[in-house]
Design a protein around this ligand. Sequence first.
Ligand code: ADP
Ligand code: GLC
Length: 482
Amino acid sequence: MSKILYISSEAFPLIKTGGLADVAGSLPVALLKNSQDIRLLLPAYPEVLKQISKSKKRAVTSYYNLPLEIIETRLPGSNVIVWLVDCPAAFNRPGGPYSDPQGEPWQDNALRFAIFCHAAVDIALGKLQLDWLPDIVHCNDWQTGLVPALLNLQSNRPATVFTIHNLAYQGLFDQQTFVDLELPDELWHMDGLEFYGQLSFIKGGLAYADEITTVSPTYAHEILEPEYGYGLNDLLKNRSQHLSGILNGIDEKHWNPGTDQHLIQKYNRRSLDNKSINKTALQQELSLPRDSSIPMVGMISRLVEQKGLEIILQSMETLLGLPVQLVILGTGEQHYETQLSKLAQLHPDRLKVVIGYDESLSHRIEAASDMYLMPSTFEPCGLNQLYSLRYGTLPIVTNVGGLADTVTDANEISIKNESANGFILKENSAEALLTTIKRALALYQTPEVWRQLQITAMSGDFSWQTSAEHYIALYQRILKQA
Ligand code: ADP
Ligand code: GLC
């Protein structure tokens, strides 16, 4: 058994903006189930404070003259102990975890997450008298990047793991911020926190963590190349002995079409005929023509370039001329929201766009759709293709990252040996997207083959158990070396 301090800036169901929350809300549960002694450290945003019932104050301190308390509670629906970093000046304000209500990044993000990191470091070193000292400090994404850097300056410290969920977000600030945050001078150099004259939070994780992981094996290779490395590929190459990819799992308590409370009609592999009841119900809900035979393509996503919005928009006119219904749920960059909404107004029978964040609707779209669209330019792991597989909704994806690791393209051989579970674009282009969608639509007309693909998709093992075992093996390896 190891003692693990798991640090994340979001965790489902307390606070979520994307896949990191899904991971931080379910991997700790799986680790606990596998007898690990785990604490989840999370900022106390207003949404989080609203949801907790029982809690107790465990410690009081301050950073940068801002008072802070550590509050202990449980992750709803589990026994995982959560320690909330309750620094009202940093976290208790309306808006998102990273952005203000207008969608602009908070001006003081560096300070906010520096405070979060200092609290984590002090807990890890036993300075807050919580009667619990971790063997492993497991950090996630740039918001936690200062933790491995600051811990590395200590002689008697726990081991550190840093997981990259997305290398494109690095937490970059100007040099003055480094000075203002009073970070130790010995961290300011090109092998430390400095990145072309700027302060890089993520480099704290990449340069100083004992082990680096990312969320799929293919992404772990891709980020060594300039195309996906965002200027950090050389550093990662130098550290490649300590870099590995562990595929995310899915939380089967929340994502299981046989038990999903959000669905009009539950179904499983043996009752797949019932799936289409969800389609006609969604058509009615979203005012699309009611027709169980027309193929429905779903997408639930942050509306950003990463998720393939460029090639989707380039193909849209042609796509909407095909016999399909397209349902998109998302929020993100304004210009994508506007372009998609305009197209939906022009093609009300073909395209429904819901701008917003809606957990329940996202489940209904997964169940209702026949295919799922995810032509990402890069994808560290991706969870929606995994949810889609679980729901018998065949993913249409690009051949990158976690998508490449989880989807097997339907071709003559893979159909014959029953390994096919989706469709992969030959290249990242609008033309390839259209060709692939047409290929999927043609196969949809052969119900026996389609059914086999769905069964293969739904039979895949994407549970957290396998991934949790990989993490535990990694923890044990590091502790042995230490
Ligand atoms: P990323 O973390 O890059 O956004 P993932 O595929 O790993 O991508 O995870 C995205 C998660 O966020 C999924 O659980 C997805 O269902 C959810 N999600 C994204 N946008 C929305 C939305 N508008 N409404 C509801 N859920 C959403
Ligand atoms: C990131 C990635 C996504 C991954 C998620 C959880 O947001 O973009 O691919 O699934 O983190 O690890």
